[in-house]
Design a binder for this molecule. Structure first.
Ligand code: DLL
Length: 430
């Protein structure tokens, strides 16, 4: 794999500024953001008033912990535009979550917000080794989802040539990668695996493709999956994180030279980690729920938003900005199986460590006789694999590393449902 490390003079000065400088900027912006939210969004005014707080009660960064949280339900209660802090006419763009589990959540961007979004995504793409003039195959979905258009905006800002292919039509993805020879691909890791399958179906060795870097996010994935994808494509695989409520992709990004967790673009997004049960801040470096406060957003300021994503904060390395460890999973996706907490990423790690199994999987939960049961549905890499042997090997691996007994169902190649975007990992039949 090629060395794609950007030179330091390409970086925004704030990326490598001193911590004092970063924190001074954060404090100034945080004061503005609290006051902007309080003045312009009835929800924030009421929430701060209930807590007996005014924006000018914030004197230092630690004071933020006194302010109330914002949760997804608050956004739903204010559907569609009730959380906007500017008149509707100043909102240049709307995005929304799919709303498969209820009311969709709607977010908005002013012209300045779009500029900042472009800047943080450009910074992220550059951290992955992309440079002005490079060709990018953008296979995140275009539309209300922030993935496609968010990456596109940053690619424009950085000066890339973008192929806005969006998700789906997998044979055409392979055709265009082969014909156009992009340097980078932006896609969910699970859909990257579908594209990988299609390379095999077309009899093309993906290692011979032009791709030098894959920028994967929008769902949890493991370092074991990174190794698999890097090996299969002979390219770098780096992690990009974000969520619509905070801006979309580009909240944090892994650097291609270190691949040691994701630097949070702390000049725009202030992170905290809390204990998900008590809501109290956890000591630096401990696992917990990630909480974000926007520092520059005009249309949709967000104060102490509980993401439900579990991770921990680490000091800066390749950049001065703090890192978050790869997300283990969402608290909503945590399965409690006979008292043991399990995340799909843990199953992914075990699967990747078992020979003969392809990286596609789903987890089915049932409750036959008042006891929760987990079945892992996966598939053999090819017809020569002894399915019974592979199933028992994966079962043992899961028992050993997670401590739970599960049933493993190893099916024929290509029988597990393929992802077109975010993978559906859990089928809950309880
Ligand atoms: O998924 C934004 C995005 C698009 C990020 C493209 C990266 C690339 P939402 O649809 O609002 O936004 O979903 C946000 O997805 O709270 C996490 O649970 C999960 N997620 C996003 N990125 C990662 C990641 C986009 N790198 C939700 N690792 C978040 C793990 C991720 N989970």
């Amino acid at each position: 794999m090629k060395d794609l490390t950007p030179t330091r003079h390409m970086l925004d000065p704030i990326e490598i500024a001193s911590r004092d400088e970063i924190e001074a900027l954060q404090l100034e912006r945080l004061k503005w953001s609290l006051s902007h939210a309080y003045t312009n969004v009835p929800h924030y005014r009421a929430a701060f008033d209930r807590a007996g707080l005014r924006p000018d009660d914030l004197h230092n960064l630690a004071d933020l912990a006194k302010f109330p949280f914002t949760v997804k339900q608050d956004l739903r209660d204010n559907y569609p535009f009730g959380m906007f802090a500017v008149p509707r006419g100043q909102v240049k763009r709307i995005h929304a979550s799919s709303g498969t589990t209820g009311q969709p959540t709607v977010v908005g961007y002013t012209e300045n917000d779009l500029k900042h979004w472009g800047d943080v995504v450009a910074r992220s793409l550059r951290a992955a080794g992309m440079q002005r003039g490079d060709l990018l195959h953008n296979a995140y979905g275009y539309g209300l989802f922030t993935g496609g258009l968010g990456i596109h905006l940053g690619a424009d800002t950085l000066g890339l040539t973008t192929i806005p292919i969006s998700g789906g039509m997998t044979p055409r993805q392979v055709r265009l990668i082969t014909d156009f020879e992009p340097k980078g691909i932006t896609v969910t890791p699970s859909y990257a695996l579908s594209v990988l399958d299609e390379f095999a179906a077309q009899g093309i060795d993906p290692r011979t493709s032009s791709l030098e870097v894959g920028i994967f996010g929008a769902e949890p994935w493991t370092n074991a999956m990174r190794r698999e994808i890097e090996q299969a494509f002979d390219m770098h695989a780096v992690d990009i994180y974000g969520l619509s409520e905070v801006i979309g992709p580009g909240v944090s990004m892994e650097c291609v030279e270190t691949k040691d967790g994701l630097h949070i673009w702390e000049d725009h997004f202030f992170p905290e980690i809390i204990d998900p049960n008590s809501g109290e801040p956890v000591p630096e470096g401990k696992m917990g729920e990630l909480v974000f406060t926007s520092l520059t957003k005009e249309a949709f300021p967000i104060i102490r938003y509980r993401t439900r994503d579990l991770t921990r904060l680490l000091p800066g390395t390749a950049r001065s900005m703090r890192r978050m460890e790869k997300v283990t999973g969402r608290s909503d996706d945590m399965i409690i199986l006979r008292g043991v907490n399990v995340f799909p990423t843990q199953i992914e790690e075990c699967l990747m460590a078992t020979p003969g199994l392809a990286p596609h999987f789903q987890i089915e939960l049932t409750k036959p006789d008042r006891m929760d049961q987990m079945r892992v549905l996966c598939e053999a890499t090819d017809g020569s694999v002894d399915a019974a042997y592979a199933a028992s090997a994966l079962g043992d691996q899961i028992k050993q590393s997670i401590g739970i007994s599960v049933t493993v169902d190893v099916r024929a190649p290509h029988s597990v449902a393929r992802s077109q975007g975010k993978a559906v990992r859990i089928i809950d039949n309880r």
